[in-house]
Design a protein around this ligand. Structure first.
Ligand SMILES: Nc1ncnc2c1ncn2[C@@H]1O[C@H](COP(=O)(O)OP(=O)(O)OP(=O)(O)O)[C@@H](O)[C@H]1O
Ligand SMILES: [Mg+2]
Length: 366
């Protein structure tokens, strides 16, 4: 296992059902040993990507390479991958052991070896005590762990997981997220994990691939996607964001200005060559996170403007203010601050001076 080598590569992969295209020219490399999450809204093509890799569907165009070898036409049972589905797909008439060992028994492995490996896999998912139960006698989280053990036991090069936690309630889902991540760290098998839940993606992934309408919009670490979204879709889809439209001004080093209804704002463009290269006057957005916006004081030299508090919402650890600003070209912005036991320092209806630092703002082209 070497995290710097590519395990699997999709090159110019397209897929159509009949005449309807659902994936367009996908390029994607999955590194050996990484936890890669595919994130996107419903219908964006996430499951289709998994089905093509798993060999459940033929490609319309392009190729899939494993360790550099073209496997585009390799039959499903020859591919060293295993899939964990959302509905677990366990055999109801088989015990937990039977389910987990099934993949090995169809390969005619010796009984003794199967028993040993089943025990090992059940230990890994902490289900040793449940070996003789039937799926109907297990909770949702336990069934999910059986499905995982069944995928792990074949020692695949890659595990494909299609929204495996979607059927679980929130608390159990959080526990399973941590559990899956810790198992992946322990066994260092490559995971390709599909979800439409961005918090899940942020918490689990080494890298996230954001899809929309059959296209990959951005591939990067959770941190990159959060702080350097490369397009309006990712800026809006990935976490809460304030987007203020405007026209680009000149670049100065690692920063660039933008003329907006809030005045001239200055934002970071570091490591984003496409923003350095964009012409003056191009349509773009200044983007800044609700937690980057704060009340300005005399020492602030950042981007400042005034706004009126339209609403305050207590959300437990934080409080979110909705702010109207920008005069005729009215903008609604969000400001998130830590909650205080003695109530918010802001009052509804109040007009305040607000600010965000240039290094906490970024630009996206419209
Ligand atoms: N067998 C099929 N025949 C025709 N169209 C299909 C087929 N399977 C999927 N599609 C279409 O392909 C597109 C992508 O579907 P896909 O299942 O990959 O989306 P998804 O991102 O996994 O969505 P979800 O989050 O709802 O699971 C959708 O528009 C879907 O209707
Ligand atoms: Mg799907």
């Amino acid at each position: 296992m070497n995290q710097n080598t590519d395990l699997l590569t999709l090159r110019s992969v397209s897929k159509s059902y009949g005449t309807v295209p659902v994936l367009h020219d996908i390029d994607l490399s999955i590194k050996d040993g990484e936890f890669l999450t595919v994130l996107g809204p419903s219908g964006s093509g996430k499951t289709t990507v998994l089905r093509l890799i798993g060999g459940l569907e033929p490609l319309t165009a392009g190729e899939i390479r494993l360790d550099g070898q073209d496997i585009s036409r390799m039959p499903i049972n020859k591919r060293p991958f295993n899939t964990v589905f959302q509905d677990y797909a366990l055999f109801p008439h088989m015990t937990v052991s039977g389910n987990v060992g099934y993949g090995l028994s169809v390969r005619h492995m010796k009984r003794k070896e199967i028993t040993r490996r089943v025990a090992e896999a059940l230990e890994l998912v902490q289900l040793g005590r449940f070996a003789d139960r039937f799926p109907a006698q297990l909770s949702g989280g336990q069934r999910q762990r059986v499905a995982l053990a069944r995928a792990l036991i074949c020692q695949p090069r890659l595990i494909l997981l299609d929204e495996p936690l979607a059927a679980l309630d929130l608390e159990l889902r959080r526990q399973m997220q941590e559990f899956l991540k810790s198992i992946q760290r322990e066994i260092k098998t490559t995971f390709l994990f599909v979800t439409h839940d961005q918090e899940e993606a942020i918490g689990m992934a080494d890298r996230i691939c954001v899809m929309q309408a059959g296209h990959i919009r951005q591939l990067g670490t959770p941190h990159d996607l959060y702080y350097k979204p490369n397009c309006e879709f990712v800026a809006r889809f990935f976490g809460e964001n304030n987007l203020v439209p405007g026209k680009l001004g000149p670049a100065q080093g690692e920063q660039r200005s933008i003329e907006t209804a809030l005045g001239r704002l200055v934002c970071s463009i570091s490591d984003q060559p496409h923003l350095k290269a964009a012409p003056d006057g191009a349509s773009a957005f200044a983007a800044f996170r609700p937690e980057a916006l704060h009340m300005a004081d005399a020492t602030d030299s950042g981007n400042s403007f005034s706004g009126t508090i339209a609403d305050l919402a207590f959300a437990g650890s934080s409080t979110v203010a909705t702010i109207t600003t920008g005069g005729d070209a009215a903008q609604r912005l969000r400001l998130r601050m830590p909650s205080r036991i003695d109530g918010s320092v802001l009052k509804s209806g109040e007009t305040v001076s607000l600010c965000f630092a240039p290094h906490e703002g970024h630009l996206v082209l419209a």
